[in-house]
Every structure is written in structure tokens, then in C-alpha cells.
Write a protein that binds this ligand. Structure first.
Ligand code: AMP
Length: 174
């Protein structure tokens, strides 16, 4: 079962957080293949042009899903890492703010895109990524995660934006 391949590290990176570590899933050949299949299969006939992955764990999953869908891959990165002309957005973290960027020419207007990250918690990161994609004219078909933490409400926030959420497993609490 996919959920059993995810390792939980209590109190990392700080007290009270249950860190859901997907390196154990990624290192398990069967689990990695199953996760990529489950993320990709619902979109195999959806005409997806690009898979957008959020730095850094979204790159690992997103690259594999893009290859499976024969779609392109688009990185959404921390500010200052992309070399060409970018669009940037600020977003809130639990403490403070951060900024992420996408190349301005990464997606075409009306291109169908799915967004991928390892986990959705409060939804702040995914909301910002959806705003970036939409600012370029992309049609965001779904936001896809291995893990949802439903108690933190992020998935519902994304649904309220009109973007379906697809998560493979859920964990209670933080
Ligand atoms: P959020 O913006 O609150 O939805 O946080 C999502 C981002 O933070 C994702 O990129 C996750 O990788 C990371 N993250 C948040 N909470 C956890 C957690 N409990 N375990 C592992 N990663 C987390």
C-alpha cells in the first residue's frame, strides 16, 4: 500500500510537525511506479500539454508524470533560479513569505496543464503556482499530490479556485 511506503519524521523541521518523507516511496521501485501511474492515468486522454512541478519534490514526480503523458515539463522554482524572462509571485508560508517564478514562455495561452507537488498542506504554495500558470493563460486541469493533509484545508482552497484536486493518500493532522 502506497501510504505505508511514506516515512513520517516527528518534530521535523520543528516541534509539532509530522514530516511526511516521500524519499522512502521514491526509493521503492514498485511504489514509485504506482504513484506515477496513479497521478498520470486519469489525464492520459485529457490533452495535457505541460506538467508543471513545484521545486523540488514536484520535479521528481512531475518529470516522471510528464514523460508518461508525453507532455512537456515546466519547473516552478524559488526566485532567482530560472535564467530567462520570468513571472514572479509572492506567497505566505507559516512564518513569513517567499517568492516563486516560472519562465514567461513556459506555457502557451489555453494550453492544458496539470500541477504536481508531493504534498498539499495549507495550499499556499499550490495557490501561488496556479496563479502563475493562469497569469500565462494556461488552463489548469487539476492539481495533483501524493499526499493531502485535509485538516489543513489546502485542497478545499484549491477546489474553490475551480481547480479539481487529485491526491493519492491522506494523513490526519499536521
Ligand atoms: P502548503 O503551502 O502549506 O500547502 O505546503 C506545501 C509545501 O510544503 C509542499 O511543497 C510540501 O512539500 C511542504 N510541506 C508542508 N507540510 C509538510 C509536511 N507535513 N511534510 C512534508 N512536507 C510538507
Amino acid at each position: 500500500m502506497l501510504k505505508n511506503t511514506i516515512r513520517t519524521i516527528p518534530d521535523y523541521p520543528k516541534a509539532g510537525i509530522q514530516f511526511r518523507d516521500i524519499t522512502t516511496l521514491l526509493g521503492n521501485a514498485e511504489a514509485f511506479a504506482a504513484a506515477v501511474d496513479q497521478l498520470a492515468v486519469p489525464y492520459s486522454r485529457a490533452g495535457i500539454g505541460k506538467v508543471a512541478g513545484i521545486e523540488a519534490r514536484g520535479f521528481i514526480l512531475g518529470g516522471a508524470v510528464a514523460r508518461q503523458l508525453r507532455a512537456g515539463f515546466v519547473p516552478i522554482r524559488k526566485k532567482g533560479k530560472l535564467p530567462h524572462d520570468t513571472v514572479c509571485i509572492g506567497y505566505s508560508l507559516e512564518y513569513g513569505t517567499d517568492e516563486m517564478e516560472i519562465h514567461r514562455d513556459a506555457v502557451a495561452a489555453d494550453e492544458k496543464v496539470i500541477l504536481i507537488d508531493d504534498l498539499i498542506a495549507t495550499g499556499g504554495t499550490a495557490t501561488a503556482a496556479i496563479s502563475l500558470l493562469r497569469s500565462l493563460g494556461a488552463e489548469v486541469i487539476a492539481a495533483c499530490f501524493v499526499i493531502d493533509l485535509p485538516d489543513l484545508g489546502g485542497a478545499n482552497k484549491i477546489r474553490e479556485l475551480g481547480v479539481p484536486v487529485h491526491a493519492l493518500v491522506a494523513f490526519d493532522g499536521h
